[in-house]
Structures are given as C-alpha cells and as structure tokens.
Design a binder for this molecule. Structure first.
Ligand code: GUN
Length: 281
C-alpha cells in the first residue's frame, strides 16, 4: 500500500477562504491580539505568520511585543487591559514565556471567552466534560484533517501518542467526542509498538524525530504527525518515519505541510467563533 498524502496546506487554505468570507459578511472586524514576550526566534516566526494570516482573512490583528525583562505583574496588566477592550475578541499569549513568568498564571488570567488558544482551565474543563467551548488549535486542526481525508471516526480505534495539555490530552477528548475508542500512550506505556499497531487512527505528538516506524503501523491506518523536530542539518521532520509508514498507512500527513498550516487556520476559526459568541452576530 502507498499512503494518500493529506495536504494540510490545501485544507487550511480552504478553511481560511471560508473564514474570510464569513468575516467579510460581518458588520465588524473580529479583533485578535497576539502577545509576545522576549526574543525567542521561533516564536517570532510563528507570531508573524499568525498576524499575516489574520490580516489576510480580514481580521483586525496586532502583535504586542514586550521586552524579555517584562515582569509577570506587568504582563498580567496587559492581559487585563485586553480582556476589558471591547474591540478585542481573541487573545493569544505566545509560549514559551521567559522563565521568570508563570505561564499557567498568565493563561488563567485570559478571559475564557477570549481564550482563542483554548488553554484556559475553564475551556479545558468544558472540553473534558463534552461541552462547547474554545478548543486548542492544533488538535482542532487534526480533526479537520481527519474529516477532509474521509476517515470514518465513529467506533474507530484511535491512539494518541503524547499526553501534553496543548495537544495530546485535548486531542484524545476531541476523538472521544467524535465517537472513537481512544487510547492515550506516553513515555511509560508498555510495548508502545504493539499499542500503535492496534490503531486505525494514530496521532503522534511526542516531539521525537522519526519515532513511529513503518512496522508500528497497521495496514490501512490513518497517521497524523503533529511533531515538528529540527534535524542537525536544519531540516524539519515529524515524529513519524514518513517513508517507512507510507508503505503501510492508507493516509498520512507530511511535515512540513500537514498539521502546521491547520493550527493557524484554527486560530482564525476560534477568533471568529469567539467574536460571534461575544458580540452576537
Ligand atoms: N507556541 C507554540 N505553539 C503555540 C500555540 O499554539 N499557542 C501559543 N500560545 N503558543 C505556542
């Protein structure tokens, strides 16, 4: 079998076109503010890409770039100001934050209705309870990709590799909400290869280059690679051995060009949802 390659760039472009059309029909421009603290170079690239995509889709978007030495109290004041600002519908505080700032405290300070990252404990709780709320962008993007690939979800055995609060845990909740039978595997899982081989849907989000090998994957499985790992030569690669797994899977996402573009598209989707919910359009 040679896997169908799921084109995340194309799926994301279509989602963004749909969002832009919905924004154009609104009587206001949804407002997004991205807060970046310090000079982490990868964060600089991500924040620029988010801002550009938001402007292209017709949002009122701006980045607030604060110096590395910004104190936690000062950052909390910026968040409070954005919470109170009526033109702001979505707030995203780019992670990682400098080490002297408690990221959990900052995330909990964002108004849950403006929490377009879906990281606030209230939104995490709503997702775990199976109730509507703002959902983290990367796992939400994975669900769009699975549906775009025509993957049948109800009753499918899904395995999520990784248990982070940003990807693994919300991913498992979304698959459960879509009626999959979900297993969450992690670094302490016994016989990881055997667990992976049982999966009809495998989502890898561990941050270890090429960890999922061809013989870990069942014939005909759908494999989603959330990993973004930089090789010593500078190239980006996923958590999945793409060539090896492609020989067994029915469908697979590439890195780059798979999940990555969906994360930004879903940030726009969340901002639009937050704006409509808050302003009642
Ligand atoms: N840093 C890397 N990915 C993300 C993300 O999705 N949201 C935020 N806030 N920071 C990130």
């Amino acid at each position: 079998m040679t896997a169908q390659v799921i084109d995340g760039k194309a799926v994301a472009a279509e989602l963004r076109r749909g969002i832009a059309a919905r924004v154009a029909a609104l009587p206001f421009r949804p407002g997004l503010r991205v807060v970046r603290v310090g000079e982490d170079p990868a964060s600089g690239v991500y924040v620029r890409n988010k801002d550009r995509a938001a402007l292209e889709a017709g949002f009122d978007s701006a980045t607030i770039h604060l110096p590395e030495a910004t104190g936690e109290a000062e950052l909390l004041e910026v968040v409070a100001r954005l919470n109170a600002d009526p033109v702001v519908d979505g707030i995203l505080v780019q992670l990682p934050l400098p080490r002297h700032i408690d990221a959990d405290r900052v995330i909990a300070a964002v108004s849950p209705g403006k929490d377009v990252d879906g990281f606030h404990p209230l939104n995490a709780g709503l997702l775990a309870a199976g109730r509507p709320g703002l959902v983290p962008c990367t796992p939400k993007g994975v669900m769009h990709l699975l549906r775009a690939a025509g993957c049948s979800l109800a009753g499918a055995r899904a395995l999520v590799l990784g248990r982070s609060g940003i990807v693994g845990r919300p991913m498992a909740q979304l698959l459960l909400a879509a009626d999959c039978t979900v297993t969450v595997a992690h670094s302490r899982t016994r016989d990881l290869a055997a667990e992976c081989r049982r999966a009809e849907i495998l989502v890898a989000a561990v941050g270890r280059a090429g960890m999922v090998r061809g013989d870990w994957v069942a014939e005909g499985a759908t494999v989603i690679d959330v990993g973004i790992n930089r090789l010593p030569d500078g190239r980006l690669t996923g958590d999945v051995d793409f060539a090896g797994v492609s020989r067994h899977a029915a469908a697979i996402t590439p890195v780059p060009g798979g999940v990555g573009p969906m994360t930004i598209a879903c940030l726009l989707e969340n901002t639009l949802e937050a704006a409509v919910a808050r302003r009642g359009a």
